[in-house]
Design a protein around this ligand. Structure first.
Ligand SMILES: [Fe+2]
Ligand SMILES: [Fe+2]
Length: 447
């Protein structure tokens, strides 16, 4: 049967015979409603509990306070009767309870509490609830039967069916192995055909190159090589275009994109194909957004740092993707964070691998630090602002599953990072409110 994905901040009401409704949830909450007499159902994907009246009018489905009433009225139009409707709630995961945090990040809990309150107000009985915990969920609603299926994201692993056997590579060995990183072949092919057969300017180049962390990393590596002899390291593609000239940059992009172009795409060190790539772009966009919001200098550098922060995962993916299942198994079954599980199983984690690669490639210090310390921002030596922004952007994207399926085993943002960039509660709400828009842009990029 066909599936209709309900994105964050949106809703869908359906009748029997239509597509199955599906939503991926991290801190977001899905409320599914069903009238078993009229066989009319619906699902709303809630991002935040409530907002100002103006925002609720513009984007009602984004908030629990307005999203549930909007879904009910849509269902009534399709023939449902309010007294026959029952509700189920899922999501609201990654509940963070650290009292030391100045910003209340308990968004998952606030979302589900508000959803329950609204259901009581509307007189709709809640027949099941699967909220909280640390793992993202997938919820599906079958129109016609009202059957709601809720499962953990991590459980998908068993269906991948890869053997749970450790492929041991010593940390030291990565230094000799890391040469270049394979870009996603489809995207590399697109970049090459654009550059070879069309007239494209620096803006197009930046927009296309910056979509792929592997191409971006390779381009920066080549730009920063001794051959070009720049005194200062190049930290963003737009800077590279200005310094090298468009034609030289095009040559570099071509060379970076051609690397092992026709190899099979790596699985992506993630539960679903494409997750890592979407997560990287999402983190890049959110990091740039924070930089703009806090009026920080050179927002494009924040974008690049966000895009490359998990480059260590791409490398692990190319050399030992089998180990991803082992790591995830521990995350799902022993409630570890991803980083903890990596360290226990591999003896190192993706930040170390990424850091080694970034240094071997001669990337600027700011990128080396963003890659090495995005999970421990207090360790940043010179670039604590960029590292803190990338850390917060990463945590927010993981909590909400923005740009990918919700991360399992996500951790909370650290107080140190929030204070470094003076991020307050209203700033965080503001970023979260823009996530649906960010995700739409990512979908529009055709990843
Ligand atoms: Fe990471
Ligand atoms: Fe990440």
């Amino acid at each position: 049967m066909e599936t209709y994905l309900v994105p964050p901040g949106e809703f869908k009401a359906t009748t029997a015979g239509s597509a199955v409704l599906e939503a991926y949830l991290g801190s977001c909450v899905a409320v599914s409603l069903f009238d078993r007499h009229a066989l009319v159902g619906g699902l709303v994907h809630i991002v935040l509990p409530q907002a100002t009246r103006e925002k609720e009018t513009l984007f009602p489905a984004r908030y629990a306070s307005t999203g549930i009433p909007v879904l009910i009225s849509e269902m009534l139009k399709l023939g449902a009767s309010k007294e026959n409707i029952v509700a189920e709630i899922a999501g609201g995961a990654l509940i963070l309870t650290d009292q030391k945090l100045s910003v209340d990040m308990n968004i998952g809990r606030r979302n589900s509490a508000m959803a329950e309150e609204i259901l009581i107000k509307q007189g709709i009985p809640l027949i099941s609830k699967a909220t909280g915990g640390r793992l993202g969920r997938v919820v599906t609603l079958e129109p016609g039967t009202g059957k709601t299926d809720i499962r953990y994201m991590g459980k998908k692993l068993s269906r991948i069916g890869l053997p749970l056997r450790l492929k041991k590579i010593e940390l030291e060995d990565f230094k000799t192995r890391i040469e270049s990183l394979k870009p996603v072949p489809d995207r590399a092919r697109r970049v090459i055909s654009m550059l070879e057969f069309s007239e494209y300017g620096p803006v197009d180049l930046e927009n296309y190159v910056l979509k792929d962390q592997a191409i971006c990393a390779n381009v920066l590596k080549m730009c920063n090589s001794a051959k070009h002899g720049f005194r200062h390291k190049i930290k963003s593609i737009s800077r590279a275009a200005a310094l090298l000239g468009l034609n030289t940059l095009k040559d570099i992009v071509l060379a970076a994109s051609k690397y092992k172009l026709y190899d099979k795409a790596p699985p992506g060190y993630s539960t679903q194909e494409g997750d890592l790539s979407r997560h990287s772009i999402c983190c890049a966009m959110v990091a740039e957004l924070i930089a703009h919001q806090k009026r920080l200098r050179d927002p494009r550098v924040f974008y690049t740092a966000g895009l490359l922060h998990d480059i260590g995962k791409s490398i692990l993916d190319q050399y030992a993707f089998e180990n991803f299942n082992l790591v995830m198994d521990r995350v799902v079954n022993e409630a570890k964070t991803f980083l903890e599980a990596e360290n226990e199983i591999l003896g190192y984690d993706h930040t170390q691998i990424g850091g080694i690669a970034a240094m071997e490639w001669g990337l600027p210090q700011v990128l080396v630090e963003a890659i090495s310390f995005h999970h421990m921002p207090e360790q940043a030596a010179e670039n604590s602002e960029v590292v803190s922004v990338v850390h917060v952007a990463d945590m927010i994207c993981s909590m909400f599953g923005a740009g990918s399926s919700p991360s399992v085993g996500a951790a909370q943002p650290q107080q140190h990072a929030l204070s470094t960039i003076d991020l307050r509660a209203e700033d965080v709400d503001n970023i979260i409110e823009q996530l649906p828009h960010v995700m739409k842009r990512i979908e529009g990029l055709g990843n």
